[in-house]
Design a protein. Structure first.
Length: 850
């Protein structure tokens, strides 16, 4: 084969349309309804053919069409409207001096995947969409954030099914020319190439830069000629199954990402690790801090965790990435030298127990130990995560494990149906999405006419059904289906029937087949003469997950039974486009995972904001969202030991809710009329999603609770040549050296009671601090309601004060207790470091009375 040099030809864009080019090169367009409309109206057919990718689209348009548009006054007026919005929302930024981050502040956000738009296939599912939405909201809120990820040339797989319903995977190559990105250049004007030391050959990569509104996204790519073939392929596919590939991907993301930022002269004051995949960031960041700031390892290890945010997403222990020490060691050699530590000791940072040398290195554990700001992604998931990691803080109760939660949110303008966009603009004003959480704006949702809301939803539903029919014709056409089947497929589903959507990853715990557990009951529901029900399913199984694929296969076989043929469909190749159609056009969004395995589940929020009602197990976000006004629950948040029994109980509960509540509510209307009770719930659901599950709220929470405090901490640590950081390192060593000698004698009470509310008594105890002083140690009275004989639930702490220095390191501590409520109480005494949060939560610096 000859070596081919490729070149791309773009149309001549007339002067007056020049902005189209700018617009197509900033992903801002993909969440701006007016911008999408601008492209679409040029040629709806080609827009759809280009799969909503503006760069591909522009190459399809005839020069004549562009010339005509250049004279089209109505088009130009829309273009100018979008242009001025672009100016305001993208080009204009806040004066950095007036923000908490100042001129220098910057948050580096690392993620293995980013789901921004279907034309940029570098994501698999919820985690990626969340990360993409995070960038969008950071742009809207004008937060100085920069995203780092990998450029996968073959992305995540495209799904299709064979005749038998068995999932097949296809990895088409992404056309890089059609992505709005540019290579990052070095000072010499050449492509910036970064090199990571590795066992045989260094791993080199180039970087692509994309604009997501005001925020930049950097995507690292090892497919360059300088690399060996094996290394070139590292960034080929998202979630490679092969262990070594997976490891090298995470090395490129974490270590490479930090090296890249350094080479670009970007010095983030805060780092956010989205899931454990990116935890290697910490190693390289520590070494950069040591070299750039001329501090030792111990000091660097006081700086990095205090400015790191870690978000965990996985409630299942097996779901966390782990690597064997043998695989890791060669990559850690450099750090061993830089840090002056044996490799085994660095590996221990990610191992559960100190003694076991061969235990795998857990990425999440490493991240957890290196980040002061840790969070789960819903209230329930925060609780599950605290319980899962409680063994790392063995002396603390679950509720004291330092992992909080920030409930995920969705980027509303990316998923809201065009019909609702119009209603919102009319009733809430053109910038509704900026002020969506304001109370008065929420009240305006009540002003939307019932009839308008319902008709808007009906339009979305009919759009869904039209697309399903096209999609099904395509699917069956490819499988060479008979003419009879093809004809049937063209009229599948009913425009007016209650439509239930279910689309998620086909992991077994999500139970994509729960509804099929009792086929007779399902049949009675689906084929009810007056009140028919239909289902749209979609979703991929992980390529290695044979059980998940089996669930899809079964589903296809059920759906092909004569009685379900017209009523139950499965759409292949679920992606952001299908997701939008479904969360806009279904009536019910079904979710039936095994609690508590769904960490959050953002698709339900997307449905809710479109007035699609959730019918779900009380798991993930729905525990926070559910009320009777907003949708339905299956069960009552029970957890089970026997999965088969659980399925039996919960499937029956599901049929019951459908038959008794959902179906009657939907069909409760006069002929041609509107289901008033249903529309009332739609409205409540929309208000809930806008107010509580919009990701502008989420990003604001991350900013206020984590980014700003971490950035400010960086500023104080940095003062006077890192004086405080150095001091902390010394202090930390003192604690490690002397903590074990702290001894607390059993406390005594001034009275044994019983007490009445508002009585007070005092507690005293002798504490031997050894070499440490009362300034360094906080002795706390820890008290609360007793559960059982010696279980203190939700204990409170209150500092005790030194009443007397007994000499020789022994002190009498004392404090008063006010009896502020009746019940059976207990108390005990403990000691923690008298220092900042990071030191106070060090797992081994905690001593109880003994
Ligand atoms: C929102 C979204 C998800 C995440 O949905 P879950 O509720 O977590 O299953 C997955 N894939 C796509 C394409 C999405 O848009």
């Amino acid at each position: 084969m000859k070596k081919i040099t490729s070149y791309q030809v773009y149309p001549q864009i007339p002067e007056s349309l020049a902005f189209l080019e700018t617009l197509s090169r900033n992903l801002w367009w993909c969440w701006t309804p007016d911008a999408i409309e601008l492209f679409r109206r040029i040629d709806p057919h080609l827009w759809s053919k280009a799969k909503h990718n503006p760069l591909a689209f522009l190459t399809y348009i005839e020069q004549d069409r562009l010339n005509a548009l250049a004279e089209d006054r109505s088009f130009l007026s829309n273009l100018n409207k979008v242009k001025s919005e672009f100016q305001e929302r993208v080009i204009t930024c806040k004066d950095p001096q007036k923000t908490p981050f100042g001129k220098e502040g910057c948050i580096a956000y690392f993620s293995m995947e980013f789901g921004i738009h279907e034309s940029l296939p570098i994501f698999a599912g919820g985690l990626g969409v969340l990360a993409g939405d995070h960038l969008k909201a950071a742009s809207v809120n004008d937060i100085p954030l920069i995203g780092l990820g990998l450029m996968y040339r073959y992305g995540y797989f495209r799904q299709y099914l064979n005749q038998d319903g068995w999932q097949q995977e296809d990895y088409p190559q992404t056309n890089l020319f059609h992505l709005p990105m540019e290579k990052v250049k070095g000072n010499d004007g050449q492509d910036l190439i970064i090199s990571i030391p590795a066992p045989n050959h260094p791993i080199r990569f180039q970087t692509w830069k994309l604009q997501v509104g005001r925020v930049s996204l950097l995507l690292m790519d090892t497919y360059i000629s300088e690399n060996t073939n094996e290394i070139k392929e590292i960034t080929n596919r998202l979630y490679a199954a092969e262990h070594n590939t997976r490891l090298t991907q995470e090395i490129v993301l974490g270590i490479g990402g930090m090296k890249l930022l350094e080479a670009m002269g970007i010095n983030p004051s805060v780092v956010h690790l989205n899931e454990g995949h990116c935890a290697f960031v910490n190693l390289e960041r520590i070494s950069q801090v040591m070299q750039k700031e001329h501090v030792d390892l111990k000091t660097a290890m006081e700086i990095v965790p205090r400015t790191t945010v870690f978000t965990t997403h996985t409630p299942v222990p097996a779901g966390h990435d782990k690597f064997s020490p043998e695989l890791l060691a060669p990559y850690f050699n450099v750090y061993s030298e830089l840090f002056g530590l044996p490799v085994e000791q660095i590996i221990r940072w990610g191992q559960e127990k100190d003694e076991q040398q061969h235990e795998p290195f857990c990425m999440s554990l490493f991240a957890l130990r290196m980040a002061q700001f840790c969070n789960g992604v819903s209230e329930l998931h925060g609780k599950v995560a605290r319980h899962m990691w409680t063994h790392i803080w063995p002396s603390r109760a679950d509720e004291e494990v330092p992992i909080g939660h920030v409930t995920n949110g969705i980027h509303v303008s990316s998923v809201l149906s065009p019909e609702l966009v119009m209603l919102f603009e009319r009733h809430l004003g053109p910038q509704w999405y900026l002020a969506s959480q304001l109370k008065e704006n929420m009240a305006r949702v009540d002003d939307i006419f019932e009839e308008d809301l319902w008709r808007a939803h009906e339009l979305s539903r009919s759009r869904l059904i039209r697309s399903v029919r096209e999609h099904m014709s395509y699917q069956y056409g490819r499988r060479n289906a008979s003419r009879r089947v093809m004809r049937a497929v063209e009229s599948v589903l009913d425009q007016d029937a209650l439509t239930i959507g279910f689309s998620r990853r086909y992991a077994t715990y999500k139970r994509g087949n729960l509804i099929f557990r009792d086929l007779e009951r399902l049949n009675a529901i689906v084929n009810n003469k007056d009140h028919p029900v239909q289902f749209v399913f979609a979703g991929k199984a992980h390529p290695k997950d044979h059980e998940g694929k089996e669930v899809i296969r079964q589903l296809i076989h059920y759906a092909e039974q004569e009685r379900f043929r017209h009523k139950i469909v499965f759409l292949e190749d679920y992606d952001m486009h299908t997701a939008r159609l479904m969360v806009q056009g279904c009536d019910i969004w079904l979710n039936n995972p095994r609690r508590p395995m769904e960490a959050c589940g953002t698709s339900g929020m997307k449905a809710a904001v479109n007035g699609v009602l959730n019918l779900s197990i009380l798991d993930g976000w729905w525990c926070e969202g559910f009320t009777d006004d907003r949708g339905w629950r299956i069960g009552n948040g029970e957890e089970y030991h026997d999965p088969d029994y659980q399925d039996a109980v919960e499937s029956q509960a599901l049929y019951n809710v459908l038959e008794n509540d959902v179906v009657p509510c939907y069909y409760d209307r006069k002929p041609g009329g509107i289901p008033n009770q249903w529309v009332y719930k739609m409205r409540e659901s929309i208000k809930m999603a806008m107010a509580d599950f919009c990701n502008l709220r989420m990003v604001r929470e991350y900013t206020e609770r984590f980014y700003v405090p971490a950035h400010q901490r960086m500023q104080t640590l940095r003062e006077n040549q890192w004086a405080e950081a150095k001091q902390l390192a010394v202090q930390h060593q003192r604690y490690l050296q002397h903590w074990q000698h702290i001894h607390i004698e059993p406390p005594t009470c001034s009275s044994r009671g019983p007490f009445k509310v508002n009585d007070t008594f005092n507690v005293t105890t002798v504490v031997h601090l050894g070499q440490l002083t009362p300034d360094e140690v906080e002795v706390q009275l820890y008290y609360g309601l007793l559960h059982g004989a010696d279980d203190l639930c939700e204990g409170h702490e209150t500092p005790m004060i030194v009443a007397e220095d007994r000499g020789d390191g022994a002190y009498i501590y004392r404090c008063d207790i006010i009896c502020d409520g009746s019940g059976q109480y207990g108390f005990t005494v403990r000691a923690v470091p008298q220092y900042d949060e990071w030191l106070r939560f060090q797992p081994h610096l905690l001593t109880w009375v003994n």
